[in-house]
Each structure stands twice: as structure tokens, then as C-alpha cells.
Write a protein that binds this ligand. Structure first.
Ligand code: SF4
Length: 354
């Protein structure tokens, strides 16, 4: 038994869960190859240009799996993951979109998860998937689900402690739990706010983590926060939860905007993404109101790396200068206070450096 999983979209949020689930059922997972320029080009050629980059990339990964001769491919329809909290229309209608653009012969495992639907829970969704492999024993599926949660929870414990995404994923599927040992000091800290598929797909994000590390920047993401912290973030912005990704976007951004140890916020969003355009508007306003610098990077398949890097470098340079001048101001104020008794007001006014 074999299942193909595209290395795109929900892969970046839930792969540890799928790994635990399918491996417990004895189903071999075939992953598509990491995203390349060709993945983007082939995917983009089949959909209308207005489609967001992550969906174009997803189509490219389906084609890659078909080239690998995988005949059962997992394309879930993730409608709603909490009651009345919805995914965007592209994620909800993903099986229909794929059926209409990929005209090749394969079995699409298109189970639907809809927590807003009455009497429809995770087990119904998992049973629907298992049926494609003639597995109808509820107890077997329940056991596989337990294993899936174990792997997924281990993954989350690691990312929350600061273990980088790739390392945490590798350790989780090897059934190991490691903790972060990065006690390096960084002069600048930023929060990267984006959907998992825009952050951890190295081709899409153009290895932004490596670029920021090279600039001496510590990076924080939503994965390092608890659900409670993101909920509080959302509440403090007086924002209502509507989109499924609202926690990892608005909740995380709001938390980091209020965190005094974070020097700036960088967001990455796909050009043409409806939910992001709404969420980012609120995030940007809140950031400006709080005096926290923010850089919004919009990406599509034509985004050039040179321009991307220049904007990041300029932003980080500005954060360095801002921090340096705020430290200098503090030193000057301290000196003024210490020497106040020996300085008369006339000297202070005439000394322009104060
Ligand atoms: S949330 Fe935005 S980027 Fe993600 S699939 Fe939907 S439209 Fe595309």
C-alpha cells in the first residue's frame, strides 16, 4: 500500500501527523521532491495566472508524484478545522481544483474535514481516508490516530522549544525528541510571520532563515508560541477568529508586536491571497500604532531573489541603526542624570549632542 503526499500546502503544518497515521496503518508514504523552479513552472502552466503561488506549487508537486508513477495521491479538502473557522476557498476546494487542471489518470484520496458540519469529526475524516486502502476497522484507525498525535505532539514540543523546523521534522519521524541548544547571542531579533508553506518551502521563501542568520538575526516564528499566546495576541488586537490560519498570522504577529525583545516584524504573503490581504492590513496598522517596524514581502513565481534580499538587508540595517541610536540615547540620558549636579542648565542647552 502506497500513498503520495505533495510536499506543499498542508504538508508544512501536518506532515508529522500524516506520517504517524499512515505508517501505523502500514501504508508507505512517497513524498514529492522539494520545490524547484520546474515545479513552479509546470504548476503555473496549468492554472489561471491569478492563482496564488502556493497552489501553483501544489499543482507542480502533484505532477512530480505522477512522474514518479504514484497512483494514489492524498489531496484532502480541509474545509474547517474548528467550528465556524474556515480555510480559504482554494484549500477547501483543492480536490476539485486538481481534478479540473490535472488531466491524468490517478486516484485522488479526497477526504473532507469539516468541523463546522454537525456530527463530522476527525475520526470520520480518517475513516474516509482509510477506506481507500480497504481498511474499515475503526479500532485500527483509532490506534493509528493515536500514533499520529504522538508524532505530531513531539514535533510541536520541539518547534516550540526553538528547534529549527527541518530538524524537528526529521527527529519527530525518527521517533526522537530533542531540545534547542542555541544559546548564541544575536544583536537583532525579528518575528517572521507567514503560513508554513511560505516559510518552510526553501524555494518559495528563498532560504530566508539562512539569509537572516547570516545577517546576525535571531528569527522567531508562530511555531515557537503556544495556542494561548496566539489567542491572547488575537484578543489584544480586538480581532475575531475567522480564518483557519488566523492564529499563525494575526495571533502570532500581535504577540510579537507587543514583545519588547523583538526588534521588527517581517511578513511573507503570496500575491493574490485574499485572507492574507485582510489579515496583513490589520497587522500592519497594529504594528505602526505600536511603533514596531514591519516589512511586508509579497511573493509570486516571478519574484527575483536579488530584490528580495535587498529589501531584507535594508530593513535589517534600519533595525540595527534604530537599536544603536536607542542604546546611545539611553547612555546619554544616564550620563546626564549622573552628572546633573555638576552641569548647569546653560551648558546642557548649549551642548547640541544632548
Ligand atoms: S490562504 Fe492564501 S496563499 Fe494560502 S492557499 Fe489560500 S489564497 Fe493561497
Amino acid at each position: 500500500m502506497q500513498i503520495g503526499i505533495p510536499r506543499a500546502l498542508s504538508y508544512y503544518n501536518f506532515f508529522p501527523f500524516w506520517y504517524g497515521f499512515f505508517s501505523d496503518l502500514g501504508i508507505e508514504i512517497v513524498l514529492s521532491d522539494p520545490t524547484t523552479k520546474q515545479t513552479m513552472t509546470t504548476g503555473s502552466s496549468l492554472v489561471v495566472p491569478e492563482t496564488c503561488l502556493p497552489v501553483k506549487v501544489y499543482v507542480g508537486h502533484i505532477l512530480n508524484l505522477l512522474d514518479k508513477k504514484v497512483d494514489k495521491i492524498f489531496v484532502p479538502s480541509l474545509q474547517s478545522i474548528l467550528p465556524k473557522i474556515y480555510n480559504c476557498s482554494k484549500l477547501r476546494g483543492l480536490p476539485d481544483l486538481i481534478r479540473n487542471v490535472v488531466k491524468r489518470d490517478f486516484t485522488m484520496i479526497e477526504a473532507t474535514l469539516d468541523k463546522s458540519e454537525k456530527n463530522h469529526g476527525l475520526y470520520d475524516f480518517l475513516m474516509e481516508i482509510a477506506k481507500y486502502f480497504d481498511i474499515t476497522d475503526f479500532e485500527r484507525v483509532k490506534k493509528a490516530s493515536k500514533n499520529a498525535w504522538r508524532v505530531y505532539n513531539n514535533f510541536q514540543v520541539m518547534t516550540r522549544s526553538g528547534v529549527p523546523y527541518k530538524k524537528a521534522l526529521k527527529s519527530a519521524i525518527e521517533n526522537k525528541v530533542i531540545i534547542s541548544e542555541n544559546d548564541k547571542m544575536y544583536p537583532i531579533s525579528v518575528a517572521l510571520v507567514a503560513h508554513g508553506y511560505n516559510l518552510y518551502d526553501e524555494r518559495v521563501s528563498m532560504k530566508i532563515f539562512d539569509k537572516l542568520e547570516a545577517l546576525g538575526v535571531r528569527v522567531h516564528t508562530a511555531d515557537q508560541l503556544t495556542l494561548e499566546q496566539m489567542k491572547e495576541g488575537l484578543n489584544s488586537m480586538h480581532s475575531r477568529l475567522y480564518w483557519a490560519n488566523e492564529y499563525e498570522m494575526t495571533g502570532a504577529a500581535s504577540h510579537y508586536i507587543q514583545d519588547k525583545n523583538i526588534d521588527g516584524i517581517i511578513t511573507i504573503n503570496a500575491f493574490g491571497c485574499g485572507p492574507d490581504s485582510l489579515m496583513l492590513e490589520r497587522i500592519s496598522r497594529f504594528s505602526r500604532k505600536s511603533g514596531k517596524p514591519i516589512l511586508n514581502l509579497s511573493i509570486d513565481e516571478h519574484t527575483g531573489e536579488a530584490g528580495f534580499v535587498t529589501r531584507i538587508e535594508a530593513f535589517i540595517d534600519m533595525l540595527y541603526r534604530k537599536k544603536r541610536s536607542s542604546i546611545l540615547n539611553k547612555i546619554k540620558i544616564k550620563n546626564v542624570k549622573e552628572n546633573y549636579s555638576s552641569i548647569n542648565c546653560k551648558d546642557l542647552i548649549s551642548d547640541s549632542s544632548y
